[in-house]
Design a protein around this ligand. Structure first.
Ligand code: GAR
Length: 196
């Protein structure tokens, strides 16, 4: 049976788009039930409108705490009967309210080979360090910053003349097929299997 997902994003939302496309092209047996976005003006909201996906946007500063806005998110997730939370460029740590409610059912994609280069600007960090190989990691989410159990990784070569733009382009291209493919394997295993 199809898995109902909420996709969380903060920015452009190219991964959001790729996930919705994969669902519609039957590459991913999931229903994108809701977009959750913490930046009301982000381009991903326009994508959701064009794709006819319901969205919930919120401004964290208008709440007294993370707990308060996560309670609000949780009530939205419940009303859309969301089973899994899929983070796709959501630039915020998940707090105990959502972690407790969706234990083992929150997945993130990160643009580096974790545990290298967690946090912000992973692509820039990898380039500055001078690594010859970087990549994409998909992992379950825990309370840390990009620290949860790793589900799958794909490596990407950093060419000698690589720029941040060219590397970001390669990473996005990989993410757009790797994320739906990996989620499909997770859902087929009911979220229990850790895929090597
Ligand atoms: C993606 O590259 C994703 O891996 C990254 O943000 C980008 C969002 O792009 N996520 C993180 O850095 C999480 N720590 P998008 O808005 O075009 O999907």
């Amino acid at each position: 049976m199809t898995t109902r997902i909420a996709i969380f994003a903060s920015g452009s939302g190219s991964n959001f788009q790729a996930l919705v496309d994969a669902c519609r092209n039957e590459l991913l047996d999931a229903t994108p039930a809701l977009l959750v976005c913490d930046k009301p003006g982000a381009f991903v909201v326009e994508r959701a409108t064009s794709l006819d996906i319901p969205y919930f946007t919120f401004a964290p500063k208008s709440y007294s705490s993370k707990q308060e806005f996560e309670k609000h998110i949780l009530s939205e997730l419940k009303s859309y009967e969301v089973e899994f939370i899929i983070l796709a460029g959501y630039m915020r740590l998940i707090g105990p309210t959502l972690l407790d409610a969706y234990k083992g059912r929150i997945v993130n994609i990160h643009p580096s080979l974790l545990p290298a280069f967690p946090g912000l600007d992973a692509v820039g960090q990898a380039l500055s360090y001078g690594v010859k190989l970087t990549g994409v990691t998909i992992h379950f989410v825990d309370e840390g910053m990009d620290t949860g159990p790793i589900i799958a990784q794909e490596a990407i070569t950093v060419d000698p003349d690589e720029t941040k733009e060219s590397l970001e382009k390669k990473i996005h291209k990989t993410e757009h097929t790797f994320y739906p493919k990996t989620l499909q394997q997770i859902f087929a295993n009911k979220g229990e299997a850790v895929i090597k």
